[in-house]
Design a protein around this ligand. Sequence first.
Ligand code: BES
Ligand code: ZN
Length: 875
Amino acid sequence: MRNPSPQTIYLKEYRVPDYLIHSVELNIVLDEENTRVVSKLTMERNPDCDSENIALDLVGEQLELVSIALDGKALGDKNYTLSPESLTIAQPPQKQVFMLAIENSINPKANTALEGLYLSNGMLCTQCEAEGFRKITYYLDRPDVMAKFTTTLIGDKDKYPVLLSNGNKVATGELKNNRHWVTWEDPFAKPCYLFALVAGQLEIIEDKFTTLSEREIDLQIFVEAHDKDKCGHAMKSLKDAMTWDEKVYGREYDLDLYMIVAVSHFNMGAMENKGLNVFNTKFVLASPDTASDHDYENIGGVIAHEYFHNWTGNRITCRDWFQLSLKEGFTVFRDQEFTADHTSRGVKRIEDVDLLRTRQFAEDAGPLSHPIRPEAYIEINNFYTLTVYEKGAEVVRMLHTLLGAEGFRTGSDLYFQRHDGQAVTCDDFVNAMAAANDVDLSQFKRWYSQAGTPVINASQHYDEASQTLTLVLEQQSSSPEPLQIPVKTGLVNKDGSVASIRLDDEAAANEITLQLTEDKQSFVFKDLPQKPVVSLLRGFSAPVKLNMSQSLEELAFLLSYDSDPFNRWEAGQKLASEIIFSLIEDIQQGRSLTLNPILIEAFDNVLAQDWDDLSYFSLLLALPDEGYLAEQMKVVDVDAIHEAREYVKTKLADNLQLHFSSLYQSHHKDESGCFGKDAIGRRRIKNTCLSYLSKLETQENHHLAQTQFQDAGNMTDQIAALNVILNSGHPAKAESLESFYQQWQDEALVIDKWFGLQACSPMPDTFARVQALMQHPAFDLKTPNRVRSLIGAFSQSNPVRYHAANGEGYQFLADQVIALNELNPQVASRMVTPLTGWRRFDEARQDLMKAQLERIMQTENISKDVYELASKSLA
Ligand code: BES
Ligand code: ZN
């Protein structure tokens, strides 16, 4: 082990920087194996710093130092100290501004961690968030040091015809030896994590956008030549995002140029570098035949997310990395709302809540649980979590609910006005919201320091004599004091009509947001001549677990009549979950299974109605995910979950096959290339029906799937059919998998789907198949998208096969983590997650998982990333 216990960084130890950097002049001579960096820093002692320490500590990793000069004078090696992670100058000038020039070299080709400057398909590119700039040059690599950057890139004209960095292109020129140079100037001071450069043979797609104040912005997307025809959707999404941010937040773009580059090797989804976003190809490239409807929606959301960071992240940034949710939580909330406004609001909300409850709740319930503003970390890369992102977005959403759309806008306006150009904290954000609305949000702030998922226990009592309904809400959380929780509530009469809500002296309303601020509170609803059905936590108005006992009949009733799209879907999910859980018990007790007819009836009811929004209709027919069911079990039984859920699905298919067949037929049209809400909805409902029908294994249904697979002119239909073929006893399985590979072998993103589909299959031969695929010539441990589509998909989305009782899945995963640790610590550490929840399983599996975590802990040269996750989950 390199470092048996790496250092922990604490929020409470935050201090302002000792020095400031006003401007940076970078001169970078690009070369695959030996890139030269000259950095000239204009610096000053920070006037706000009261520390005694005058030494200047710059951080740098994996750098070869060539020379240093202070105010033009070369420094001898007695005047500074070098360590593997820093460069310290003992006595820099104190009073005046001084200039530090550093020259160093780096080797991008050897960089498999994909952090700092690295090579992707011959192109040079950077990733600096969170702490990657220190792998480019020695610097004060922290977000509260903001400087103006001027960057000159020098490179070979043939290898690097395109040379990009942040801001505006201000000068170019030619050099001898077939080289050229470009100088970029970014007029906005920024932290170094927003620095970027890209150099390579790239094609450009261009468009223009005129802002509200009539400024014309050049929009450019850079891709490899063969992908030039797949940028239309990304470009349209960018323009939609720019329009939306002007309309909803009053935010205009601030440079004359906005560039996006798509790269094949990327640890994350995308990065908001100022004026020069770098994207994983997965979130840029789309054509109807290669990208699914889901991919199209994701691209729109990610393009918007990175664009929105220009204000929420770049113009106003984070003081320190503990404040990460300041930019990420807020920006996720913004991209969720953008997508809701451009697709179906109800569907988007359901999908976001589904992700939160399946994955973030699991994180909250495990050994790595942390508040949205963490208090300590070993490796910051480990804190780009579902909690910081998704729960962080829920906390911002609650503010939106509490203040209303207008109040929220007034608050965000004040936030932008107060803090433009600054590096600030989550408290600054909430303070601006409170000040603009003249409300006290001090209790609300507890959401930022509380870890774990709060629970609300609800009970109700109807009193016929007084015609009142009393609702009692009790909250439990890890916070010593109660949280402020908005609980959106509606009442539904027995005939399905809305019952008006009269609470105390307030005017009657169809819906009300109850303010839960105490440990236990009662709410009395008046003037109710009949007992209504309560619809609580509408729209999932707070990230909590709600316990309220409701009969299967009440749930079926809400599935038919709740006017809130989220709660209507939720009622169906609860109904199906309760039925599946009782089947799980039957399986565990060795009893025979029968399906409660109330579920068939409820589905029959849904199927018999006319739906405008076919995507929403499809969601009503979807059974709760195995992961979500697991999340709700004390001791997770993956086999029983799978068996029970499959049983329900097959029985529903059996009983409702006429509905499914006729729905399939009426929506099966060739609409390839149509991406309107309606065409997407038709594909979605049709493929939902195909999936049910495939459970019946009839020749007719096999034929249906095969015909769809062969004739599909779009990826949504083709991949849905292939999935059904793969996960049934279809005779054309091997042949279809092979022909798909042959058809798409030159499209990396489609081949990722091909790996992913096979990794997720619950069929018994999956583990053997996964092992064989690891040896496939198209598999590569150095390409994160491939790792995620094979190893990630198998371990995160295939519970029955990954959790095989003999432990083969765990051992396989640990082997891969150990191999990845050497190559790419960030990706390695993300792969550890499926081992961390070991306490939730039976004892035999606990032992097997723990043994693999212990094995990982013994890895030679274990990275901080993997060490933190493995050690914390064993603790
Ligand atoms: N700032 C992040 C990208 C990032 C995260 C870089 C961690 C380095 C380390 C970016 O804005 C982001 O959040 N990207 C997400 C996608 C987004 C739509 C939620 C990602 O990459 O997963
Ligand atoms: Zn982000």
